[in-house]
Design a binder for this molecule. Structure first.
Ligand code: SF4
Length: 461
C-alpha cells in the first residue's frame, strides 16, 4: 500500500462506510415488524446459510464526547434487567421462526458497553441464547464482545472467557492523558495492557484494539507514542478510525472545542503516520481502517476470498444471515435489511406487543444485489472480476456498468484503479480510498444531491 497525501486530500469526501448496500439511508418505515418476521421465515430455505447474531447493549456509565453510537447514559443498573427481559422476548420470537438446524456460528455483543452488564447478567444472557438458538460449540464458533477496559479487570476477563467469549475488542482511542481528558474517557494505559496480557493466557484467539485519529488535542508526537505502545503490545487487530466531527448529529460532540481539533493537514499527517507505523510493524492493511497481523483470521479470510463487510466492520464469515437483536440492531439477509427501533422505550414497547421490534428496512432489488456484490468485492478484495459478477448475476459487466466504468476513468488516470477488459483492480494507492471507488457503483449516490447526502456521512479522512 502506498500513501499519497495529495490524492488522499483530493478524494477526501463524505461517503458511506458500506457496512451494507443499500445503506441505512434507504431503509423505509413501510418495512415493519410483519415484514421483519416474514423475512426471517423465508430465510429458512433448503440451502440456508448459518447465522451470525449481533446483540446491542445500549448502556454506558458516562458519555465519551466523540461518540456517535446509539447509547443510553445511566448508572441505574436496574434498567439493564428491564432491557434484558425485553431482549429475551425478542430472542424467543426470532428463534421461534428460525429452523432449529440453522447453526449460530458467530455472536457479537456490541454497544454502548456490553460489559456494563454484570457477570450475572451476561451469564443469564448466554443461558437464554443457548436455550433458544442452536449455538455452535465445536471450537470453531466466534463469540466476540466489545470491552470498555474501564469496566473489566483482568480477573473479570477470565469470567468472560468462561462464558464462551473467545474474541475481544478493546476501546482505547488514545493513550495520551490530555486527549483522554478532552474526550471524557480517562483510561489508564495499564488497564488496557493488563487485559491484553491476560487474554493471552486464556482461550481468547483474537484481541482487537480500537484507536481514533483526529481527536481533540491529538498531536503527531502524542499519537506516535500511543501507536508505539500499542504496537509493542502486539494485539492481533488494530482498527484506526477517523474521528468524524458531526455535532449536528451527535449531541455529545458539542462538548468538543473546535479549536482543539487537529487541522485537516495534521489529521492527514496522523493518518499517514498510522499507516506507515502499522505496516512497518508487520500489520497488514485489510481495508477501511482495519489492520491485522498476518496470522489473523481477517488476513487469512482476505486471502481466501471469504472476507465480508457487515455492520461490525470486516468479518471472516461470508454468507451468514445476520440477526440483529436489541435496540437499533440491524439484520441482514440475502434480499432484505431491517432495523429495530432506535429508542429503548419504543423498542421495549414493540417487543412487549409482539416480540418483534422492526422499525424500518428495505427489500433488495436485482440491481441492489448486483451492486452489493461489486461493492463488497471492492471493500473486501480490492478487486472486481467481471466474470464472477456475470456468472452470479447474469449481466454483462461492461454493458451493465457502462456509466460507472466511464466515471472510473479519472480515478484510473490518478492511479487509484487499474481497468482491464477482465477486472477492476484497486491499486496500493487506491486502497486507502476504497469507498471513493465503491461510491461510483452506488445507485443512490446518483439520485441524492451531494448537499443532502453530505451531512449524513463521515469523510474518508
Ligand atoms: S464510546 Fe463506547 S463507552 Fe463511550 S459513550 Fe460511546 S458507546 Fe459508550
Amino acid at each position: 500500500m502506498h500513501f499519497d497525501a495529495a490524492l488522499v486530500r483530493k478524494y477526501d469526501q463524505f461517503g458511506p462506510r458500506y457496512t451494507s448496500y443499500p445503506t441505512a439511508l434507504q431503509f423505509s418505515t413501510h418495512f415493519d415488524a410483519r415484514c421483519g418476521a416474514d423475512t426471517l421465515s423465508v430465510s429458512n430455505r433448503a440451502d440456508a446459510p448459518p447465522i451470525s447474531l449481533y446483540i446491542h447493549v445500549p448502556f454506558c456509565e458516562s458519555p465519551c464526547f466523540y461518540c456517535g453510537c446509539n447509547k443510553v447514559i445511566t448508572r441505574d443498573r436496574e434498567r439493564a434487567w428491564v432491557y434484558l427481559a425485553h431482549l429475551y422476548l425478542e430472542i424467543q420470537a426470532q428463534a421461534a421462526l428460525l429452523s432449529k438446524d440453522r447453526i449460530v456460528t458467530q455472536l457479537h455483543l456490541g454497544g454502548g458497553t456490553p460489559t456494563y452488564l454484570s457477570d450475572t447478567q451476561l451469564a443469564d444472557l448466554m443461558r437464554v441464547l443457548r436455550q433458544n438458538f442452536n449455538m455452535r460449540t465445536d471450537g470453531r464458533q466466534e463469540y466476540s464482545i466489545e470491552i470498555d477496559p474501564r469496566t473489566v479487570s483482568a480477573d473479570r476477563l477470565s469470567v468472560l472467557a468462561s462464558l464462551g467469549f473467545n474474541r475481544i475488542s478493546l476501546g482505547v482511542q488514545d493513550l495520551d492523558l490530555a486527549v483522554q481528558s478532552a474526550i471524557n474517557r480517562v483510561q489508564p494505559p495499564e488497564t488496557t495492557f493488563n487485559l491484553i496480557d491476560r487474554a493471552r493466557s486464556l482461550a481468547i484467539h483474537s484481541v482487537s484494539i480500537d484507536l481514533i485519529y483526529g481527536l481533540p488535542l491529538q498531536t503527531l508526537c502524542s499519537f506516535s507514542q500511543t501507536l508505539d505502545r500499542i504496537i509493542e503490545a502486539r494485539p492481533d487487530r488494530i482498527a484506526a478510525y477517523s474521528y468524524a466531527h458531526l455535532p449536528h448529529a451527535f449531541k455529545a460532540q458539542r462538548q468538543i472545542r473546535l479549536e482543539d481539533l487537529p487541522t485537516p493537514e495534521v489529521k492527514l499527517a496522523l493518518l499517514e503516520m498510522t499507516v506507515e507505523k502499522l505496516t512497518a510493524a508487520g500489520y497488514v492493511y485489510v481495508g477501511m481502517d482495519h489492520f491485522a497481523l498476518p496470522h489473523d483470521e481477517l488476513v487469512q479470510a482476505q486471502l481466501n476470498s471469504t472476507l465480508q463487510r457487515n455492520f461490525q466492520g470486516y468479518s471472516t464469515h461470508a454468507h451468514c444471515d445476520l440477526i440483529g437483536l436489541g435496540v437499533s440492531a440491524i439484520s441482514g439477509f440475502d434480499r432484505a435489511y431491517s432495523q429495530n427501533h432506535k429508542s429503548v422505550g419504543a423498542y421495549q414497547r414493540s417487543v412487549a406487543l409482539g416480540g418483534f421490534a422492526t422499525e424500518r428496512g428495505v427489500y433488495l432489488t436485482d440491481d441492489d444485489c448486483v451492486r452489493r456484490t461489486v461493492i463488497q468485492a471492492i471493500m473486501c478484495a480490492s478487486r472486481v472480476n467481471y466474470s464472477e459478477i456475470e456468472s452470479r448475476h447474469k449481466v454483462r459487466f461492461v454493458d451493465y456498468f457502462q456509466r460507472e466504468l466511464k466515471q472510473l476513468e479519472p480515478l484510473a488516470y490518478d492511479g487509484l484503479v487499474v481497468l482491464s477488459p477482465q477486472a477492476l483492480e484497486v491499486t496500493g494507492t487506491g486502497r486507502l480510498l476504497l469507498r471513493s471507488v465503491a461510491m461510483i457503483f452506488d445507485a443512490y449516490m446518483h439520485i441524492k444531491s451531494t448537499e443532502t447526502a453530505q451531512p449524513r456521512f463521515s469523510r474518508t479522512v
